[in-house]
Design a protein around this ligand. Sequence first.
Ligand SMILES: [Zn+2]
Length: 418
Amino acid sequence: MKRVVSTAFVFALSLSVLWLACCGPRLDPEALKSEALAIHDRVLTVDTHCDTPMRLLRGEWNIGERHEPSDRGSGKVDLPRMAEGGLDAEFFAVFIGQGERMPEGYARAKERAMDMLDAIHRMCSDHPELVEMAVSPEDAYRLEKEGKRAAFIGMENGYPVGLDLSLVKEYYDRGIRYITLCHGGDNDICDSSTDSRNPEDNGLSEFGKEIVAECNRLGIMVDLSHASDKTFFDVLKVTTAPVIASHSSVRAICDHPRNLTDEMIKALAENGGVIQVCFVSSFVKKAKPNPKREKAMQALREKYGPRREIRDEALLEKMREEYMKIYDKYPQKRATVKELVNHIDHVVKLVGVDYVGIGTDFDGGGEVEGCSDVTELPNVTIELVRRGYTEEEIRKIWGGNLMRVFRKVIEVADKTQD
Ligand SMILES: [Zn+2]
């Protein structure tokens, strides 16, 4: 009898273990979703790159209003949609395209940077109930508790610094907390990963070394997205603080010069820095060649000349419209949220969960299937939970890692200034 009972007991036990393993609550999509949404709500969520400030400069667009994601011209980020998507903190990019390295070019770049800074500060003063300027990790955590969005500022391209090192402090005083050393073209600071006119890679210049030291001294994060491979390693040799790649993905998965190689990711982890995976579809997954689209794009390039040399806003807008029309006519299959999370997985397997985060590049080309605007960010968390990431790991990915780097950068600056 005893034996029968124990056999039945073991049988029942194995059945329930089996049930838990294959049909347990973790795999019920609805339960998983609500668990993920609760985690998304509890953790500080930080996006380290959006180009929305370009839209702020267009008078008619109001970031305090909710725009319907499916409407053309709605953009990817506005304050009500940030709240809807549970995004607590955003680094708004003061983006300046690379122009001529001459006094007039530097002056124009500085003017444009100041206009964008004004626009970001105006956003905060116009909507004090929704958003507040943030310059430290403490600000972000405090604002999260208050239910307000935190607006950080990053400068994308060191070009507006020109050759005047003192401007770094001026930009710092206006709220800038990271500087992406370059953009699509080489500048006086360093070489870019995508300058087709100057394919040779000279890395970080002597002036660039001074810029890195000044960022270290002030407490500005050095951002190596867009930097060439040599620039990347040159910076790691001289920086006294951890660095970031604010919007770059993994080159081992998607071979693009804007992405980081495994060697770079390992070096970044050793430096204590962080790679913030980017949502630009062509950095997530290699696009299938489409000769017709390529031909149309080539014709567009010939018609308008290099984009970075266009100064006339109206002309730029016209070019953007034609560009969108080409993509409507020859659509490109976008990468998916799952494919994006593969990049996070890769970094985690390579160096651990402490060195990866999220930098969407919304309004700068960032969008994947399943996450095409800020309201859909919870889908990333759902996928992370589905893959078995714990709440603590998700907390690190969504902002904890970036804030650790930010704290360390401030600590190094405080020591330097003592
Ligand atoms: Zn960029």
